[in-house]
Design a protein around this ligand. Structure first.
Ligand SMILES: *Cc1c(COP(=O)(O)O)cnc(C)c1O
Length: 565
């Protein structure tokens, strides 16, 4: 059994994106924020770990919003030398065609008891590489397939070599999503030359842990054999790995990671079940995601937790006793958060939100399966509800620059303003990122989540809401299937995913109907006429969900079930 504290043991955590510091924009959304929360929890818990990612000199992109044009993207270098230390080591990667030079930067996460988790940021953008290779680590998720392949080669192969060059000796490699799966190839190549190891494949598998993150097919990278032939030196070795290729001959990075990892996890129970159907040859367990509780708790709630739940910093399970906090303190803290958000809205859009009117929030990556427009499905019904109860709605989120459908949804939503009743105030805030998430999520009264079942693997923003006493109104998918108790921690929209895994194609009408029903008959009457009941739900969200859906619990489960197991 591994001993995690003897200095010999080390978890290497690989992720294409990591959202570790609001000033370091090397993340696109939930995947990167989860990676950041994971490493924050490891540092707090004193787990010996090291993160590996790409520098992404231009981050993801900056978003501005224009009523006519929709989303406008711009790219800007972030001042990485201000936040990261350049290490003296450099590595080279030979691919079929190229020699890629990689330099290494380091950032250190410090936990509450001084535990340190370094993160290595890999960078090809310097004078030793020609212009084409310098682009490899420029931006997250390029659509150009060659660039994307080289990016994954730098992350996986380069990451393996960088750890070695700097002197880290991992005992566990954790692949956060399939992007880093080439590390198993480099690892396998080393192990093969060690004659003391009988079964190199099994050896590598015994040290690799893989987390798969999405049931959306486009979320699983594939590469044509031609591109691999030209750009991957280990292609012949790759061909010896069983089950890594799709039927059409393409390499599937998820399948490679599955084939080379003994421990595989989905990010919520339902997601693991869906993944088992997608990849029936593998054993896939579930470790449900969590969020870093202190990072995501707003200052007003930190203050009352410090007062009523001493020790919650170390032990988020203690948040169970949020039920003991007096109602008026919860309302005061929430009201402070609402004021902060309302001021931000006024400063950035000139729209004045009212403190007494209910605010519904929706902010996340804008893409079709998340159905950002579901609440606007039938404007007549929505406007009718607003006749009885005034409503404020705040939106934010970026669409990938190449996601045409996502971008058209943003445009559509921006053009709604003229069609909404005067009793509905609506704003779309530009530039969604960690800082904005920290303002929007705690500052609304209800957090809305309307993905198409069963495509939301977990979702984490609803957990951030729960910890700040903001009830969740969500489709039953991802973590919410585990977190919802109807009318106790929040509310559901629509049915549970069907047990046979087949969903009706067109559920938007039914789901929006149920959403309108919940707003009209349950949530809005309670908010306006039964404050005590609403506050009770806020406290129950903290006590039942904040205490469980946090990354301290998640990391502890990874250690017990995957790293040590
Ligand atoms: C938490 C978070 C997400 C993930 O949101 P989901 O609703 O879980 O998809 C995306 N972006 C940012 C900036 C976040 O903080």
């Amino acid at each position: 059994m591994l001993r995690l504290k003897d200095g010999e043991n080390l978890v290497a955590y690989f992720s294409m994106e990591i959202g570790i510091d609001p000033q370091i924009p090397t993340y696109a959304g939930g995947l990167g924020v989860l990676a950041g929360d994971t490493l924050r929890s490891m540092a707090d818990l004193g787990i010996p770990a090291v993160g590996v990612t790409l520098l992404s000199e231009d981050g993801y992109f900056n978003q501005t919003i224009n009523e006519e044009k929709g989303q406008i993207e711009s790219f800007e270098r972030w001042p990485f030398d201000r936040y990261l230390d350049r290490l003296p080591q450099e590595i080279t990667i030979q691919t079929g065609k190229y020699n890629i030079f990689v330099r290494i930067w380091r950032y250190t996460v410090t936990g509450i008891h001084g535990g340190k988790v370094p993160i290595l940021f890999l960078d090809t953008d310097y004078d030793k590489n020609d212009a084409q290779l310098r682009k490899i680590t420029q931006r997250l998720y390029p659509v150009n397939k060659v660039l994307r392949l080289l990016q994954e080669v730098v992350l996986g192969v380069g990451g393996y070599k960088a750890l070695e060059a700097v002197g880290y000796k991992p005992t566990v490699y954790h692949l956060n999503e399939g992007h880093s799966a080439f590390l198993t190839l480099e690892f396998l190549d080393r192990v093969r030359s060690n004659t003391a190891i009988e079964d190199p494949y099994e050896y590598v598998r015994s040290k690799c842990v893989f987390t798969t993150h999405t049931p959306v097919p486009a979320g699983h990278d594939t590469f044509d054999p031609g591109i691999l032939e030209d750009n991957l030196e280990g292609y012949d070795l790759l061909k010896t790995i069983p089950n890594a290729f799709d039927d059409d001959g393409k390499l599937n990075m998820t399948k490679l990671a599955l084939s080379m990892s003994n421990k595989v996890n989905g990010v919520a129970k339902e997601h693991a079940a869906v993944s088992r159907k997608m990849f029936p040859h593998h054993t896939i367990s579930a470790i449900t995601n969590g969020v870093h509780h202190t990072f995501w708790t707003s200052p007003p709630f930190q203050e009352i937790f410090n007062e009523y739940i001493p020790g919650w910093y170390d032990d988020p399970f203690a948040l169970r006793s949020a039920l003991n906090i007096p109602d008026y303190r919860i309302r005061q803290a929430h009201c402070q958060n609402k004021k902060i958000l309302n001021k931000y809205i006024k400063d950035h859009t000139l729209v004045e939100f009212d403190e007494k009117t209910i605010t519904i929030g929706f902010a996340r990556r804008i893409t079709k399966y998340k159905r950002p427009d579901l609440i606007f499905y039938d404007l007549e019904k929505l406007n009718y509800i607003a006749k009885r109860f005034p409503i404020q709605i705040v939106f934010a989120g970026k669409a990938h620059p190449e996601d045409k459908v996502g971008k058209s949804i943003i445009k559509e939503i921006l053009n709604l303003n003229g069609k909404l009743s005067s009793r509905i105030k609506f704003v779309f805030l530009e530039g969604y990122d960690i800082n904005l998430a920290k303002k929007i999520i705690p500052g609304v009264d209800v957090w809305l989540n309307t993905p198409k079942r069963p495509l939301e693997a977990s979702g984490t923003s609803g957990m951030k809401a729960a910890i700040n006493g903001v009830p969740h109104l969500s489709v039953l998918d991802g973590w919410w299937i585990e977190g919802y108790i109807e009318g106790t921690t929040g509310w559901s929209i629509g049915p549970k995913p069907s047990p046979d895994g087949y969903e009706k194609e067109d559920v938007d009408a039914d789901d929006s109907d149920d959403l309108y029903f919940k707003l009209r008959e349950v949530i809005l009457p309670m908010y306006y006429h039964n404050k005590a009941q609403f506050t009770k739900i806020q406290k129950q969200a903290i006590a039942l969900n904040g205490s469980y859906f946090n990354s301290h619990r998640m990391v502890q489960q990874y250690i017990l079930k995957s790293y040590l197991g």
